[in-house]
Design a protein around this ligand. Structure first.
Ligand SMILES: Cc1cc2nc3c(=O)[nH]c(=O)nc-3n(C[C@H](O)[C@H](O)[C@H](O)COP(=O)(O)OP(=O)(O)OC[C@H]3O[C@@H](n4cnc5c(N)ncnc54)[C@H](O)[C@@H]3O)c2cc1C
Length: 476
């Protein structure tokens, strides 16, 4: 029996799992998909928010500001790229400048440091492509960017290296028992027992709560559509640019990503939980708003579009608490934005304050907080590259030409925790297929490497688990 089972392999479940492995606890994460990071955590803006958005006194405000401060260290330990690029909320009228003053005040009450209102002249100096209609901005120096799936995968990998177990394809459909013996049933009949359970199931966190009779909150789905521009356009902006929020919401953002692309989006539309489609209407509205923010947006450089579904909660705040009726059953539910930013702080709180109330937290003397980055070859010096290729010739073969990813890195992604098993899993870990051609050249080679390394038939290699096979059969 496990001490604790975490349901859901997103950034929240992943960071909590890692935090648990700091202590001598027997822990497991169950994930319904064939890989981790398959929900909101894989498709979002990747912004490490400063913390001026959330209402004063909310859990969102508290964990956003704490998570923002923790992120540089966590990213360094996990070998994940993080850039402190700062963010700007841009005003287009005197009325909006007044809103900036309110945001600054709210941010300061939340504990955000380094907030400054800047005029048109300074704004144009630091953002040369800003629209001529912008009149000023709120500069938040602590704003940053991170790759959300790199962070999630690294956190879970680090937790596994420190002793945690992972069960994929484990969709929790029934829960019986109570503390200190919960029994979790998967859709395929597998069972797991644990003394305590942490519900981190994202948009399904209400469903998991319902399984133990908790019906006091609801979680809905709100889709956000994005466009991604090639790295060639990386100079369009320096900071993350937000519109000034209005009664209709925050609007879209224009930002650089940690890998040098430009991201435009997201829209906000209430949808069915699993509807991650993109629409011409949504993408057109993203394009119109991006044009209103910046001059010279090079739309000819759009390399892909995607969408993510936010888990928005009727409490309008994070739910982080023990079930009112089930001891040892914890909900970390309805974690919408700024959940990515808040994840390290939420994890620390859940383990110290909630789990700590139930278990004695004895330090795991073998805990190692550090993890090697998943891909690194292109950043090495020529001398380092030569040395690596001599020790392992697979690093001498570039498979993804756009992103300069080697066969060595792809093989590594199939062998280190949490192991990739399909083409998209390799893509999220290594960036093979994330460049301008979007896998047009490298996908067949990646599939061949997967088949060879995992010892499976090429016909059985999938794009993203389930029935998403790349080949339907042999032609010759
Ligand atoms: C469009 C968009 C933009 C965003 N932008 C930002 C941003 O810029 N900055 C920021 O800080 N935050 C942002 N967020 C919020 C952030 O992405 C989320 O708060 C965070 O990813 C939530 O993580 P999670 O682990 O709770 O959920 P998820 O990542 O959704 O993980 C839940 C996991 O549970 C699994 N699961 C579900 N049901 C079951 C079951 N029955 N059994 C087993 N497993 C199950 C799912 O497959 C999934 O892997 C954004 C979100 C969206 C959607």
């Amino acid at each position: 029996m496990y001490d604790i089972v975490v349901v859901g392999g997103g950034v929240i479940g992943g960071m909590i799992l890692r935090e648990l492995t700091r202590y001598r606890l027997n822990v497991c994460l169950v994930e319904k998909e064939n890989d981790v990071c398959m929900g909101q955590s894989k498709a979002n803006s990747g912004i490490v928010h400063a913390g001026f958005d959330a209402q004063v006194g909310t859990l969102k405000a508290k964990f956003n500001v704490l998570g923002n401060r923790m992120m540089p260290k966590v990213a360094k330990e996990l070998g994940v790229k993080y850039v402190n690029n700062g963010s700007l909320v841009v005003a287009f009228s005197d009325e909006e400048v007044k809103t900036l003053e309110q945001l600054k005040q709210r941010g300061e009450q939340n504990g955000v440091e380094g907030l400054e209102i800047i005029d048109r002249q300074k704004l144009a100096q630091i953002e040369p492509n800003i629209s001529g209609k912008a009149v000023g901005a709120l500069l938040a120096k602590s704003g940053g960017i991170i790759c959300p799936y790199e962070l999630t995968i690294a956190a879970i990998g680090n937790a596994m290296d420190n002793g945690a177990h992972l069960e994929t394809n484990f969709e929790v459909v029934k829960i019986e028992g109570e503390y200190p013996e919960y029994l979790l049933f998967a859709a395929d009949g597998r069972q797991i027992t644990a003394k305590a359970v942490v519900n981190c199931a994202g948009i399904n966190s209400q469903k998991i709560a319902n399984l133990v009779g908790d019906e006091y909150f609801t979680v809905g789905g709100r889709r956000g559509e994005y466009m991604l521009l090639d790295r060639e356009s990386g100079d369009l902006v320096n900071h993350t640019l937000f519109f000034t929020p209005t009664k209709l919401g925050k609007g879209i953002l224009v930002s650089k990503t940690v890998d040098g692309n430009v991201i435009l989006g997201p829209t906000a539309e209430d949808v069915d939980f699993n509807d991650t489609s993109t629409t011409s209407q949504g993408l057109n509205s993203v394009a119109e708003k991006a044009k209103a923010m910046c001059d010279n947006v090079p739309f000819y450089n759009v390399i892909t579009s995607f969408s993510g579904v936010r888990a928005y909660c009727d409490r309008h705040d994070f739910i982080i608490e023990q079930s009112p009726q089930k001891r040892g059953f914890f909900h970390v539910a309805g974690i919408e934005s700024p959940g990515l930013t808040s994840a390290p702080a939420i994890a620390e709180y859940v383990v110290n304050e909630l789990i700590g109330g139930l278990f004695e937290l004895k330090p795991n003397q073998n805990f190692n907080p550090n993890r090697e980055p998943d891909y690194f070859f292109k950043n090495l010096t020529a001398e380092e590259k030569n040395k690596l290729i001599k020790s392992n010739p697979a690093y001498g073969k570039i498979v993804c030409r756009c992103e300069q990813i080697t066969e060595g890195e792809i093989i590594r992604a199939l062998t280190v925790n949490p192991k990739a098993t399909d083409v998209d899993g390799v893509k999220r870990r290594t960036r093979a297929g994330m460049g301008r051609c979007q896998g047009g050249f490298c996908q067949p080679y990646v599939a061949e490497i997967i088949a060879k390394e995992l010892g499976v038939c090429l016909c059985d290699v999938t794009k993203s688990g389930g029935e998403s096979k790349l080949l339907t059969g042999e032609s010759k």
